[in-house]
Write a protein that binds this ligand. Structure first.
Ligand code: ADE
Length: 419
């Protein structure tokens, strides 16, 4: 079996951590048990380009239990948990191509290694596997039934492809499932981003001015958790509706140029390019801490920062100090501007990934069950799957809810009774 990982000797540590994470993934476990019996993915090769974490390991095991042949590479050069990669190779015999800190060339070499398996299904987090397949290996398209996409940035990219008629197979937008973005993007990003900041800096959040750029689902989660720890939160936005929501949720809203002067912490979660630029770095207070939790490392203009800096040095793991030439002030960048929650911490907690990856597993099954019948587009996870995941999660958490009475159902279906 081919693979490329850091060190197979890390496998036992990885296996213990995977076991720990799996304890908080009851919905995926239920799916795995059913898959073991029904083997819905038997005979299919699955190419996965995901963050190589303990939670992704559980997803790999579920897909393999379903009869799928699984190949895995990283969806970010800095998010791989090397012990998990080792455990998947050693104990699950899954070909993994991922090493934490790999350079760009290796990152794409690993993507190409997964494509070398000629996948019937692709599973992406950011659409790098799918876009490489389309642009560099179009011959493989013949055998592909469909794909899934995990994240907002990937879905935006795929919708742009579909609009240009460049997308050649159907893709399920897992991100758009309610049981995904309501929870993973909000509570997952919220907790794991604060986790990454705290692990790498050990700075006090309470009493700080905490600037969150972008008030989508991820931004809301980060703002909520920072406020919960006693920070004064400022939001920057370009969308008037989201800015208004942020104000009514109790936060301050400022343009980045003004926020830059007052912030102690800055987190970008916009999905867009060059959100914090050199003119903003220039204004920051001495000691400002800046990081990104959006998918790609494009939100901070680090080239611009470098161009105005006299020197750069690593002061702690995942913390680079830039000394601004003109002012002598120091700006700290976490995790090289890549996803701070995965670079400096362990990503989202297992309990939210349980729902995200339940969506992935059931979407893979859905693509196989509906092969040849799906639209050549990017489309949502079918509502019955989304609802079933919510029902199973509630049940696993030990909660019961009410059911409509017959009278209530009839009332909701009628239009005749009014004032
Ligand atoms: N994305 C964010 N957190 C993650 C995790 N723990 N595993 C896989 N993908 C993630």
């Amino acid at each position: 079996m081919n693979f490329d990982i850091k060190d197979k000797k890390l496998a036992d540590k990885g296996a213990n951590r995977i076991e720990w994470a799996a304890q908080s993934m009851p919905v995926l476990t239920l799916i795995e048990e059913r898959f073991k019996k029904e083997k819905p993915l038997k005979g299919y090769r699955l190419g996965l380009c995901l963050h190589v974490t303990t939670e992704t390991a559980s997803l790999c095991r579920t897909l393999k239990a379903g009869g799928g042949e699984v190949y895995l590479c990283a969806s970010n050069p800095l998010s791989t948990q090397d012990d998990v990669a080792a455990a998947l190779v050693k104990y699950d015999e899954i070909p993994v191509y991922a090493v934490k800190g790999e350079d760009n060339e290796t990152y794409y070499k690993h993507i190409n290694a997964v494509l070398g398996a000629k996948p019937h299904l692709t599973m992406d987090d950011g659409a790098d596997l799918l876009s490489t397949l389309h642009s560099e290996k179009p011959k493989l398209l013949e055998e592909v039934l469909g794909g899934t996409e995990e994240t907002t940035t990937g879905v935006i990219r795929l919708k742009a492809m579909a609009k240009e008629k460049a997308l050649k197979y159907p893709v399920v937008a897992v991100n758009d499932a309610m049981t995904k973005h309501f929870f993973d993007n909000r509570y997952g990003t919220g907790q794991s981003t604060l986790d990454g900041i705290i692990r790498s800096t050990n700075r006090l959040v309470a009493g700080s001015i905490f600037v969150v750029c972008g008030y989508g689902w991820c931004g809301r989660g980060v703002a909520m958790r920072a406020a919960g720890m006693g920070a004064r939160v400022t939001i920057t936005e370009v969308d008037p509706l989201k800015a208004l929501e942020a104000i009514m949720d109790g936060y301050d809203v400022l343009p980045i140029k003004e926020a830059a002067e007052v912030g102690d912490f800055f987190v970008t979660v916009t999905g867009d390019i060059n959100v914090i630029r050199k003119e903003h770095f220039m204004l920051m207070k001495d000691g400002a801490i800046v990081c990104n939790s959006g998918h790609f490392n494009v939100e901070l203009d680090l080239n611009g920062l470098e161009s105005i800096s006299a020197k750069k040095r690593e002061v702690r793991q995942w913390v680079d100090e830039y000394m601004i030439k003109k002012t002598g002030r120091r700006v700290y960048i976490l995790g090289e501007g890549r996803l701070v929650n995965l670079a400096a911490a362990e990503g989202h907690p297992s309990s939210v990934m349980d729902m995200s990856f339940a969506n992935q597993a059931l979407s893979a099954e859905y693509i196989v069950q509906n092969k040849g019948k799906l639209p050549l587009d990017v489309f949502a996870v079918p509502e019955p799957i989304d609802n079933e995941i919510a029902r199973l999660k509630l049940k696993a958490m030990g909660y019961k809810i009410d059911v409509l009475t017959k009278e209530q159902r009839q009332y909701l279906a009628s239009w005749k009774s009014g004032t």
